[in-house]
Design a protein around this ligand. Structure first.
Ligand code: AMP
Ligand code: MG
Length: 347
């Protein structure tokens, strides 16, 4: 199929494009959408046949559920029941924004959207184009990240085009994504609430609102054989460049020294800006200063994708401390590495 591209720079002049994209969604088609986290691959979340096309275009396993994107918190009750009051404390503080809330679903949400789970993930993204599209379509948009399953998520129009051209009906080019990592996922159907995926809203921020928050084991370690993940997506290989990755944790100084000591012939290095000069220029990519977590989050997936264009057999990556946004960055790096981790300690 030919994938149509809508290039939108000024939302106030994009009414026709938004209406055309909304029509594609209403007719059961697929549209890649910009959000503040990563690009999403969207379809009508209430239309099982449309949602099936998302799984097909991505090559995504059917047991990995999708998140419903809505136009504000008033949409929650349409698709969810037994909504606990904390939900609205969270939406008040963090919506629109990079926070997905897992709630009990109503039967209007088809099984394929939630992979048969009795729960559904809800998010109100902070992006004017996508919000206008959801309103115009009048239906919740189910959207996982717009990458081929297993690859790093897409944070620019170019990434989406590379993975999805010819496989979906349309892509809306809304420029680069501001956060660069997928949303934080918090499950409010269990007590205490459980963090299933760290993201732009940090664990520390969630605790300020919810008090106790349990961090799912799959966030920082590989699940053992036979262990059942709470979020099905957690068991799959994720975010991976072609070459195998080893993540080196410890102070930036220590991790840089450790990587320097390896035989770096044919190997790539993903490092903080301050250390780039230590390594071979051709096979080294930096992703922000060691003190700038926001830049690291924004640039991580682009860097992981860029290694596929370089001739490297293996990649060593420096890892930030797991505080604030660092927890999300470290989580994506560890998953990209299939939890191949060298831990040097912090002191
Ligand atoms: P993606 O948008 O590609 O990051 O994928 C969506 C993520 O949300 C996956 O990791 C899913 O496992 C997770 N997710 C979606 N719905 C649910 C749910 N009802 N319960 C737990 N996790 C969910
Ligand atoms: Mg994804």
């Amino acid at each position: 199929m030919t994938t149509k591209v809508f290039r939108i720079t000024d939302i106030s002049r994009a009414a026709l494009e938004i209406e055309e994209a909304a029509r594609i969604i209403r007719r059961g088609g697929t549209v890649a959408i910009p959000t503040e986290t990563v690009y999403g691959l969207g379809a009508n979340g209430l239309d099982g046949e449309a949602v099936r096309k998302i799984f097909e275009a991505k090559g995504r396993p059917q047991d990995n559920p999708l998140i419903l994107h809505v136009a504000d918190e008033s949409w929650i009750e349409r698709y969810c029941k037994d909504v606990p009051p904390e939900t609205y404390e969270l939406t008040k503080r963090f919506w629109p924004g990079p926070l997905t809330i897992i709630l009990k679903r109503r039967s209007i949400v088809p099984d394929i959207t939630t992979a048969g789970l009795p729960t559904v993930g809800m998010r109100y993204p902070d992006h004017p184009i996508t919000n206008a599209l959801i309103r115009a379509a009048g239906v919740p948009i189910a959207a996982p990240s717009a990458n081929i399953s297993g690859r790093p998520s897409t944070t620019s129009f170019e990434h989406v085009l590379k993975d999805m051209d010819g496989k979906i009906d349309a892509i809306i080019d809304g420029g680069d994504c501001a956060v660069g990592l997928e949303s934080t996922i918090i499950d409010l159907t269990v007590k205490p609430p459980r963090l299933l995926r760290p993201g732009g809203v940090t664990l520390e921020q969630l605790k300020e609102v919810l008090g106790e928050v349990e961090v799912d084991k799959a966030v920082s370690s590989l699940l053992g054989n036979g262990e059942k993940p709470k979020a099905p997506g957690m068991k799959y290989r994720h975010y991976a460049p072609k070459a195998p990755v080893t993540v080196v944790c410890g102070s930036p100084e220590k991790s840089a020294q450790y990587i320097l000591k390896q035989d770096l012939n044919d190997k790539g290095v993903l490092c903080f800006d301050e250390y780039a000069h230590l390594f071979d220029r051709e096979r080294t990519l930096s992703f922000g200063s060691s003190t700038d977590l926001k830049a690291q989050a924004e640039r991580l997936f682009d860097a992981l994708r860029a290694f596929d264009e370089l001739d490297v057999r293996e990649i060593f990556a420096q890892c930030p401390t797991e505080e604030g946004l660092g927890l999300a960055i470290a989580n994506r790096l560890k998953k990209a590495a299939g939890f191949r981790i060298v831990d040097l300690g912090r002191d």
